[in-house]
Design a protein around this ligand. Sequence first.
Ligand code: MLT
Length: 206
Amino acid sequence: MSEKPDLGFVHRFVPAETPGHAPLLLLHGTGGDENDLLPLGAQLSPAAALLSPRGKVNEQGMPRFFKRRAEGVFDIEDLKARTEELADFIESARKAYGIGKPIALGFSNGANIAWSLLLNRPETLAGAILIRGMLPFDPPSLPKLDGLPVLMLNGSADPIVPPETSERLVETLRRAGADVRYELLPASHQLTQQDLVLAAEWLRGR
Ligand code: MLT
């Protein structure tokens, strides 16, 4: 087996089984790592390549993709810098592994860095599945997302995501021109079977 290139992030890469499927960029939640979402990615898009980095921020032993000051209070400067760093990693990984533009599959903190990629480095993604994402502030400017497909899955009983922050995220992405399908599920912050069914169905339609 050839050695894995050092692209600045600890990561896992699983090559595609058959060509013709958009690679998935797997972005874990707080306290997860690069291994967490691999089974989910393989289940949702069995033949696709999977690229799964580990967030570089360490919050009391829990990996994250950017710093926060408190639950739901993001460190916006850090989010910006980490978004650039992750976008550069995606570009390098695409070259190193010879893969196309990925669709992000982000859960919780991973969904939040995924929308930040969409708003700040939209050229890096072919689409996104944002599970339990939130936008706690109004972004200063919006890119042109030109119909970029986004699936947003949130829970109506999620104690971590206030409803106004998920609604702001849908509205912001739509205002930027993304083609957003938004589903508010009877769920909490955890993944449910319904999330998996909707995500698999949405991916099949891509
Ligand atoms: C975040 O910080 O990204 C959100 O609060 C979700 C979380 O990671 O708990």
